[in-house]
Design a protein around this ligand. Sequence first.
Ligand SMILES: N[C@@H](CCC[C@H](N)C(=O)O)C(=O)O
Length: 283
Amino acid sequence: MKIKFTKMHGAGNDFVVIDAINQAIAFTPAQWQYLADRRFGVGADQMLVVEKPQAADVDFRYRIYNSDGGEVEQCGNGARAFVKFVTDKKLTSKHAIKVETMSGIIEPRLEANGQITVDMGPPILAPEDVPFDTTDLLSKAEGEETLWPLDIKGETYWIAALSMGNPHAVQVVADIETAPVREDGVLIEHHPRFPKRVNAGFMQIIDAHEIKLRVFERGAGETLACGTGACAAVVSGIRRGLLASPVKVQTRGGELSIAWAGNSSSVMLTGPAVTVFEGEIEL
Ligand SMILES: N[C@@H](CCC[C@H](N)C(=O)O)C(=O)O
């Protein structure tokens, strides 16, 4: 079976995007892994699938697969690539669309300057909904945020646990360049207190309106940028009293901007989306 795809990226977080409205697909986890493989396949952090919606009043269904082949709830950088893809392929004539995901509806829109803003919905803060197991843990409060101790290799890291539809553990580090993102990231991802695993974010505060961020993503390893990771880091920074909206997020792949008015308001993610090439692959 030959499949048409588009290779895209958002701040260096790269994607294989597949139109499943005009071609039928049903892949095994091994086939998703093959597509994501940088040597034997196309190469991507995530695969994004465009489907017809199931719910009423929604334009599309957006499905997301990590490079390990697992389907996940949300991908912020991918949402920007998604709206560029459906616009470029003329699957819609709208510049603002409603998209159904595993974790609810998000609303990406094309800005006049070519950037894309996504209404990612409100953050989910209750530990049981992240999900994060707090049994017998003693938390500490910082501003409005609750920080939890996480034991990694005999050391205690104080993390904020929150969800943007997908789970995140965010910690503040003094220097992003020397932070043990890969070594500790994989241990945090698989920590038994996160039953669905977790994306591990490491943020360095530059000032109230700017951070540097690296994320070790669940199911994909360290990526050049993580959109939901940027949302989670900024929400936790604002709740800790360290940041004020809007916040510029410097990642290794480019710049994102996050705005959040607090409480149950939506987190707004702005950044680029780029098409790299089109192709066809035999599966
Ligand atoms: N790169 C993404 C997040 C993709 C999913 C994540 N790895 C997970 O498993 O939750 C983003 O831009 O948000």
